[in-house]
Design a protein around this ligand. Structure first.
Ligand code: HEC
Ligand code: HEC
Ligand code: HEC
Ligand code: HEC
Ligand code: HEC
Ligand code: HEC
Ligand code: HEC
Length: 638
């Protein structure tokens, strides 16, 4: 078995990896660490105890509680007000709390037609519905999916994504708002394929929301109410506030040098200061949790590299697309010996109005430079109001792509002359390591590099063949000494599958499922593998478990129905297929299977009704469909 066939064949979980690849195509470095790695595992912490880290701040300890923005607001109204104007202070809202931005008329592409669907957005007072409709040749709706939107991700600087919730499971709508186009369109990743189940995983929320509590080893289920604070909150940069609030309320004595109950990023040494922003702004090529850590374990005041491994394109081919990597390449950063950081120029509590931005950032440059630092004559600079960043940090061509820098943070001397191109790394040298750890301290870790390489190998393309062999010794080696590191075991099992060792992969998947019976992604992968190996019984078993863990996935329901139908277990097939069709009413393949199931459980009228819908959607195939239907009549006595 080649890995390519595995991907093409994959009904369930592998398609998810494909979806991720499309995000990358779109330009979003989604840090997917392979989707393998972005699961935080509640249980089975292995070897790292966060409390062993010494920090001058007492609120880095795991047992200090978060208090929420409302509490901070009581004593810090100015910072609160300033922060709420910043896009980060608006990164996620409920539908009712949304700030108006989108337009809903036809000129904003509402509705729009693509992929055989008619997509539309409807708004009411405090509500929003996204519709995906398939219509007959006269435009009358035949199959209609209405999704009630609960949450909105993105302040809207570049765009917004919309989230649905079912019993604590979060999904992303196929429809997004694109601010620069001023229009609705398909969400990134949906361009070629609908309907995928776009689960909203914890990493996505780690960067875009304040705090969530993931449930077990599900991909997208959270304790309700799902969000403890919608937008990125004060404590994501200052650390949990329990001690500070208590101390300030009780008028406890605070040491003269620092208030050790709350982190002020400004007072941190450079690497810890940068960690605060890098939590969310350092995306890299691959990003994954280090062994024994969960997604929300990091606390400001601690080194990010203890919690996350981040891999960037190797130095020799480095073409940085994110603000952090770009800033690290700048001479301002390298020659200021750690003085320059994100907060040299950005204050999260003080976003300058657009018309004042040029002057504001000029002031920031002049903390270190002076009027005569620039070798360009002042008269020429005055043509641009001497706004330093206009010339030295120009807008990049990728400026409309989410998750890549819009302004060139390399702060080049003369961007017109000496600007090396930016983009993806290329792996033209066979056998060479395409990525390197961003953090010096982690560079020798085989586990992290192995998982990251596998994540990279998931992106379709020629480099997969070159990358997989590099991962083999690393993962073999790391796995030998770690028996309870779930993401590692999962990566290793998947590697075996890619190498064609089905038996080995199956054993490792089963071992994982003993350790974590609700490990949703593994259930999907194991089912895929079992079906490939012509073990439908096993595949059915895994898929049934996957449905129990997550009942909202068409990606589990439909293949389960198909396998049950193959085995002529019609009643079960009917039930699963009916559920799959409810989840994805516009899917022709689901409807086709459903018709067959109806016929076999004696629901002839329902079968006929669904056939008429299918014909209405595919009028050109009417003849074929009718004769197919006629030939479906089940054997007598069934
Ligand atoms: C009961 C009032 C009170 C509450 C509630 C409160 N603070 Fe403070 N905080 C203070 C006072 C007083 C100071 C010291 C004077 C100042 O900087 O305003 C302070 C100082 C700070 C500092 C600067 C510390 C330094 O060493 O530079 C930060 C940062 C801070 N608070 C953040 C927060 C955050 C975040 C919250 C919510 C989790 C919060 N505060 C809640 C009263 C409060
Ligand atoms: C918990 C995650 C998180 C942390 C921590 C974080 N950011 Fe952000 N930041 C975001 C997200 C998400 C956005 C996009 C918000 C939006 O537009 O919806 C953003 C946007 C920004 C922007 C763009 C504002 C604009 O005008 O478009 C700046 C600048 C920024 N952050 C600076 C910082 C700095 C400086 C730090 C560290 C002090 C920091 N961020 C820490 C998540 C984070
Ligand atoms: C590692 C952190 C990180 C992850 C993971 C991440 N994002 Fe982002 N996202 C950001 C930051 C930071 C920004 C703003 C700056 C930028 O675009 O570079 C942003 C910008 C966006 C924006 C534009 C917001 C605006 O106001 O213009 C959208 C929409 C978005 N992300 C959606 C998503 C979705 C959906 C996911 C999950 C599939 C996701 N992001 C995963 C960090 C992240
Ligand atoms: C994205 C990171 C981030 C978030 C979120 C954030 N802050 Fe800050 N805060 C900083 C940084 C960085 C400083 C250091 C000085 C500066 O740049 O203003 C700071 C400084 C402060 C100070 C010290 C006084 C001052 O203005 O320098 C207080 C008080 C404070 N923040 C309160 C809050 C409160 C309250 C919230 C939530 C409403 C909040 N912060 C959200 C990053 C953040
Ligand atoms: C924390 C201090 C600091 C800040 C803030 C800072 N720089 Fe620099 N910058 C430096 C140092 C140090 C150097 C190297 C020595 C020199 O050329 O002065 C440098 C070098 C440069 C260079 C020469 C680059 C090269 O490749 O030769 C340019 C251009 C520049 N800075 C522009 C800016 C602009 C524009 C801003 C504001 C947007 C800015 N700097 C903000 C410290 C800083
Ligand atoms: C030398 C000054 C400087 C430093 C340092 C700096 N920025 Fe910026 N940044 C800017 C300027 C100027 C803009 C453009 C703002 C505008 O147009 O309103 C910007 C824009 C941004 C934006 C929004 C547009 C974009 O490029 O995507 C984000 C996000 C951002 N910065 C994040 C960061 C982060 C994270 C860091 C630290 C790694 C950082 N910046 C360091 C000057 C700086
Ligand atoms: C109109 C565009 C423009 C503006 C505005 C501008 N610069 Fe420059 N700057 C340049 C160019 C072009 C060069 C390179 C000239 C050369 O090769 O000698 C340069 C060179 C520099 C250098 C390198 C000087 C050296 O001797 O190595 C620094 C530092 C610098 N600029 C800082 C600034 C600062 C700070 C500001 C704002 C106060 C600023 N620039 C405003 C275009 C500009």
């Amino acid at each position: 078995m080649t890995e390519a066939s595995l991907l093409v064949f994959a009904p369930a979980a592998f398609r998810y990896h494909d979806t991720m690849a499309r995000w990358l195509v779109y330009g979003c470095i989604v840090l997917l660490g392979g989707g393998l790695a972005y699961f935080a595992y509640r249980t089975l912490r292995s070897n790292v105890n966060p409390e062993t880290k010494a920090s001058p701040y007492r609120n880095t300890s795991v047992d200090v509680r978060y208090v929420g923005d409302e509490t901070c607001a009581r004593c810090h109204p100015a910072q609160t007000e300033g922060y709420r104007r910043h896009p980060m202070g608006r990164s996620l809202t409920s539908v009712a709390g949304r700030l108006p931005l989108e337009r809903f008329d036809a000129s904003a592409g509402n509705p729009f037609n693509t992929l055989g669907y008619h997509f539309a957005v409807e708004v009411g007072a405090g509500s929003m519905t996204h519709k995906a409709v398939r219509a007959d040749s006269k435009g009358a709706p035949v199959a209609e999916e209405n999704s009630r939107i609960e949450y909105i991700m993105g302040s809207g600087v570049r765009g917004r994504s919309y989230l649905m919730a079912h019993d604590g499971y979060l999904f992303q709508s196929p429809i997004s708002w694109f601010s620069q186009k001023n229009a609705w369109d398909l969400s990134p990743g949906f361009e070629h394929f609908y309907p995928p189940d776009r689960v909203v995983e914890r990493l996505c929320l780690f960067c875009h929301a304040n705090q969530v509590q993931p449930i077990g080893h599900t991909r997208n289920r959270y304790q309700e109410p799902i969000f403890q604070g919608f937008a990125v909150g004060c404590e994501r940069c200052h650390g949990p506030g329990e001690l500070h609030v208590r101390a300030r309320e009780n008028g406890e004595a605070i040491s003269a040098s620092i208030d050790d109950t709350i982190v002020n990023p400004e007072s941190l040494p450079p690497n810890l200061r940068e960690s605060v922003c890098q939590q969310c702004h350092l995306q890299g090529e691959q990003r994954l949790l280090r062994a024994g850590h969960e997604t929300f374990d990091f606390r400001p005041g601690l080194p990010l590299e203890d919690f996350w491994a981040v891999f960037v394109a190797d130095n020799s081919t480095r073409k940085a697309v994110g603000q952090v990597e770009q800033m690290y390449e700048s001479r301002c950063f390298r020659d200021s010996k750690g003085e320059l950081g994100c907060i040299s120029c950005h204050d999260p509590h003080d976003l300058p109005a657009p018309e004042k931005a040029g002057e504001y950032y000029r002031g920031r440059c002049l903390h270190c430079h002076n009027d005569s630092s620039c070798s360009l004559p002042l008269v020429e600079r005055k043509l641009r109001n001497d706004h330093c960043s206009d010339c030295h940090m120009p807008r990049l061509s990728s400026s409309d792509i989410v998750h890549t820098a819009a302004k060139d943070h390399r702060i080049l001397r003369d961007p017109k002359k000496n600007a090396p191109p930016l983009g993806q790394p290329d792996v033209s040298q066979p056998g060479s390591m395409p990525i390197a750890s961003f953090f010096e301290a982690n560079s020798a870790n085989k586990r992290d590099l192995g998982i990251a390489l596998l994540g990279l190998a998931e992106q379709p393309g020629p480099r997969r063949q070159q990358i997989v062999p590099l991962a083999v010794p690393l993962l073999d080696n790391a796995t030998a000494s770690a028996s309870r590191d779930l993401p590692l075991l999962q990566a290793h099992a998947w590697l075996l599958a890619l190498q064609g060792d089905e038996t080995g992969a199956r054993q490792e998947f089963d071992k994982l499922l003993t350790l974590a019976p609700d490990y949703e992604l593994v259930l999907g992968l194991a089912a895929t593998l079992a079906e490939r190996a012509l073990r439908p019984e096993a595949a059915i078993g895994y898929l049934r478990r996957a449905v129990m863990v997550n009942p909202w996935m068409w990606d589990y329901r439909y293949p389960l129905a198909r396998l049950l139908a193959d085995k002529q277990e019609w009643h079960d097939a009917y039930a699963e297929c009916a559920a799959a069709l409810r989840l994805s009413p516009g899917s022709d393949e689901t409807r086709t299977l459903f018709i067959t199931c109806c016929l076999h459980v004696g629901k002839a009228a329902q079968a006929k009704a669904e056939l008429e819908k299918l014909i209405a959607l595919r009028p050109k195939e009417e003849r074929t469909l009718r004769s197919w239907f006629a030939a479906q009549a089940p054997e007598k006595g069934e």
